[in-house]
Design a protein around this ligand. Structure first.
Ligand SMILES: NC(=O)c1ccc[n+]([C@@H]2O[C@H](COP(=O)([O-])OP(=O)(O)OC[C@H]3O[C@@H](n4cnc5c(N)ncnc54)[C@H](OP(=O)(O)O)[C@@H]3O)[C@@H](O)[C@H]2O)c1
Length: 353
């Protein structure tokens, strides 16, 4: 099976390319900026396949050459449908992306399911720090037959690095719907509408985690039985304002501004200073708690490793069914977790309110 990578000159796409190379995985790199491609990769990669979403024929040609599509072109709320429409037209593909936007992902579970089964396409989203990592952890520690009162995740990042693409995505986010699960129903939500205090060692007393709509809410909704599913974020000031920003600017103006912004490539030494903490908390009907804390560095580097490990496993399987899946449903979660530079520790007697 031939792998193709869309968005190879993006901040995250270029890291994914390097992780694929490090594993000896052959792939077709695709992008629209040859000069940038040469600047990033020199002669480490064969020639870049030219694709521009504004020239749909280029995407069709790319798809005729590959079986597995890795999509790193974001924001997905803005561009995701264009790629998926072309994938559907081509049929017979395995598609994986790094989308972090709930509404785009939800559409796959709600409206794209029947179609993909008919045309032989396998669809999965968020093969990234948000939310494949927590999806793998949940597969390891949660039980699909248990009725949970709540499943919650709590994120915190120190010395955070924010890519241009993430910033662009966050600035557009208030124009799209976001969700959480309340009383067993997926309901429309608003960022920052809930808050919680958790007694974790790295959290100053009284500091609050606020509701932020991470993709795992959608993934968990379609995997586990839980009355309430929420995700929270403890802000380290670096991006809180973008998250909170209301619709103060015209949609098209944000797009123009972000598309003309010069790309910043943070070197690895800088990215490694970033430290993240993610807590998975679940509480079942017998008041039994599950609490696991995941810590690590370099969220973008980790995204690239997650995608490369995912791709490597997919290439070694010849029984991938068509359909819409959470990424952990398509892989051996323990094998991937064992390869990641993260630490997982159980937290006892957590007080969450
Ligand atoms: N879930 C997660 O944890 C996670 C992690 C990382 C990133 N992400 C998401 O991934 C997306 C990309 O992030 P990033 O940091 O890599 O952004 P980026 O550096 O801005 O890269 C965006 C990529 O999209 C390409 N692109 C944009 N418009 C295009 C078009 N019309 N035709 C062809 N290619 C086009 C760009 O091509 P050029 O190079 O030619 O401009 C570039 O390769 C964002 O939505 C971000 O939120 C999610």
């Amino acid at each position: 099976m031939k792998v193709g990578l869309l968005g190879v000159t993006g901040f995250t796409g270029s890291l994914v390319a390097k992780e694929l190379m490090a594993r000896g995985i052959d792939f077709l790199p695709a992008g629209r900026n040859k000069q940038l491609f040469e600047q990033i990769f020199g002669n480490q990669l064969p020639e870049m396949f030219f694709i521009d979403l504004d020239q749909p024929q280029t995407l069709r040609e790319f798809l005729s050459r590959v079986d597995i599509v890795i999509n790193c072109i974001g924001p997905f709320n803005l561009f995701g449908d264009r790629v998926l429409d072309a994938v559907f037209e081509a049929g017979n593909k395995i598609y994986a992306d790094i989308a972090g936007e709930q509404d785009f992902i939800l559409q796959s579970f709600r409206t794209r399911r029947e179609k993909v089964e008919e045309i032989g396409v396998t669809l999965t989203h968020s093969v990234a720090y948000e939310s494949f990592l927590i999806d793998l952890i949940a597969k390891n520690f949660l039980d699909q037959s248990t009725q949970y009162q709540r499943i919650e995740t709590f994120y915190h990042v120190e010395k955070g690095v924010l890519s241009g693409g993430s910033r662009f995505t966050m600035r557009l986010s208030s124009y799209y719907k976001v969700y959480r699960v309340s009383d067993g129903q997926l309901i429309e939500a608003k960022p920052f509408e809930l808050s919680k205090i958790v007694n974790l060692p790295y959290v100053r007393s009284g500091q609050k985690f606020y509701f932020v709509p991470y993709p795992e809410i959608i993934l968990f909704y379609f995997t586990y039985r839980a009355l309430n599913i929420n995700s929270f974020y403890l802000s380290d000031e670096f991006d809180a304002d973008i998250f909170k920003s209301p619709k103060t600017q015209e949609f098209n103006r944000i797009i123009q501004q972000e598309q003309s912004r010069k790309r910043r490539f943070y070197p690895e030494s800088y990215r490694k200073k970033e430290k993240f903490y993610i807590l998975l908390h679940a509480f079942d009907q017998h008041a039994q708690q599950v609490n696991y804390l995941i810590t690590g560095n370099d969220t973008y580097g980790l995204t690239a490793q997650l995608m490369a490990e995912f791709t490597s496993q997919i290439l070694n399987r010849n029984d991938i069914p068509p359909g819409v899946f959470t990424p952990s449903q398509l892989v051996d979660h323990q094998q991937i977790l064992a390869k990641l530079p993260i630490e997982i520790t159980e937290q006892k007697n957590l007080n969450i309110n």
